[in-house]
Write a new protein. Structure first.
Length: 428
């Protein structure tokens, strides 16, 4: 096969066969196809798209391009994936709830990049916590604790690793079939039987419009089911930050608040929805039973206990539920003051995510080192009435920097806005 013929075939909008797609993936991993040809192919996909058959074939070929995790000896395995957002600490909450309900959550997660945070960085902000572990240790903890979260092994879906790195530098990230195959190949290789996807929509999300987010969710659900997994998706809002905290250690603290029965309403609502979905899929019970179980796990404190056991198993020096004071704190803080009065109609997630990045809470490139204590505490959210001079947010950092949240991140109106939707749609 000559790969140039496949580039031309895709460029002219024709469908590739399964064999041709397998050839592409094999050539990506063994590096027999040079980067310039792969880049040209990716750009052809951006313009011509892929059929469902092609997307499914690409997903499967990438999923099996390296190591896969065998969770077959575990019961009721469930994974949850968020397409990424600002202040999204849901994995730290829904994992313990699902584990408390009898599910096994054996999850591989990524580090944050750009304005979106990553679960691994949040976990590693807890003193002592490790997310690198052997396969044996991963399975052992899954069995004994019911919850384990590890950094993604380099051997998992190596074709995606290579293609994603190329997409990042060739302007070819924004393509539905490429995003679907990238995310789903890693989910399939990670081995869980049930998967719940949290597809974000809005300024801080990968997909800015509801229509695009729905297309992404539908496509991932279709592929996951075609590959024999139980999978559902929720479309949730990311036009404003989720919860009140942005930044790694601060988000752990907020997750603990929710597990203790407190915390902000939007975060609690979304976590209950996602956790109930995980429990329903994994245990094969009704939506009502699942929601009752998840709520009970929270109300009885059992989910909080699971979180503590999980943290200690991952190496935490002390249970952060009992000792939240051990979480790192920033040296400097700077208030953000309202310059006018009125109802807040927008608190732009992307703008706040970018400020948090500058404060040190995120990384611009994969090699950057993050500051676990840096971040933003949000005091006013869309729908709140604000008086001129009120505290809108507080910025935290260990660097001497002059970061500000731009005025354009906030929008005010005289009329009280309609309540914002948090969950737009579920694909069940
Ligand atoms: N996240 C991924 O893992 N892959 C994409 O293509 C986009 C987001």
């Amino acid at each position: 096969m000559d790969f140039c013929d496949l580039i031309i075939k895709k460029r002219s909008g024709r469908e590739l066969s399964e064999d041709e797609i397998r050839y592409l993936v094999k050539g990506t991993v063994d590096e027999s196809i040079p980067d310039y040809q792969l880049s040209a192919f990716l750009m052809a996909v951006v313009f011509q798209g892929m059929t469902d058959r092609e997307t499914a074939a690409l997903t499967m070929a990438m999923a099996y391009s390296g190591e896969t995790v065998d969770l077959s000896e575990l019961c009721y395995t469930v994974d949850k994936h968020s397409t990424g957002g600002v202040g999204d600490k849901t994995s730290l909450i829904v994992g313990p709830i699902a584990a408390a309900c009898g599910c096994t959550v054996a999850k591989m997660s990524g580090k944050g990049l750009g304005h979106t945070g990553g679960t691994i960085d949040k976990l590693e902000s807890v003193p002592g916590v490790r997310t690198e572990m052997s396969k044996e240790a991963f399975l052992k903890q899954a069995k004994s604790v019911g919850l384990v979260i590890a950094g993604q092994s380099g051997d998992l879906a190596p074709a995606d690793k290579k293609l994603y790195a190329l997409r990042d530098v060739t302007g070819t990230v924004e393509s539905l079939p490429l995003i679907v195959s990238s995310i789903m190949s890693k989910k399939l290789a990670s081995g869980a039987n049930s998967i719940v996807l949290d597809v974000k929509t809005g300024s801080g999300a990968f997909m800015h419009t509801l229509e695009d987010s729905c297309r992404l969710a539908q496509s991932m659900v279709t592929i996951g089911r075609a590959c024999g997994r139980k999978i559902d998706a929720v479309i949730s809002d990311m036009s404003a930050p989720l919860g009140n905290c942005i930044g790694n250690a601060m988000e752990v603290e907020e997750a603990i608040e929710v597990l203790k029965g407190n915390g902000p309403e939007d975060l609690k609502e979304l976590c209950l929805e996602l956790a109930s979905d995980m429990v329903r899929l994994a245990l094969d019970i009704s939506a009502k039973e699942a929601k009752d179980k998840a709520q009970k796990a929270l109300d009885t404190g059992y989910a909080a206990q699971c979180f503590g056991r999980f943290m200690l198993a991952q190496g935490a020096k002390a249970d952060p539920i009992e000792h939240p004071e051990l979480l790192p704190k920033a040296r400097y803080s700077m208030p953000v003051i309202a310059s006018q009065s009125g109802y807040l109609t927008a608190v732009d997630a992307l703008a706040l995510g970018n400020v948090s990045l500058k404060l040190g809470a995120g990384r611009k490139t994969k090699k950057d080192v993050i500051d676990p204590a840096a971040g933003i505490r949000v005091y006013k959210k869309p729908g709140d009435y604000v008086h001129k001079g009120d505290l809108l947010a507080m910025l935290y950092t260990n660097q001497e920097c002059a970061c500000v949240i731009p005025d354009s991140a906030y929008a005010f109106e005289e009329e009280k806005p309609k309540p914002r939707s948090l969950i737009y749609k579920t694909f069940v």
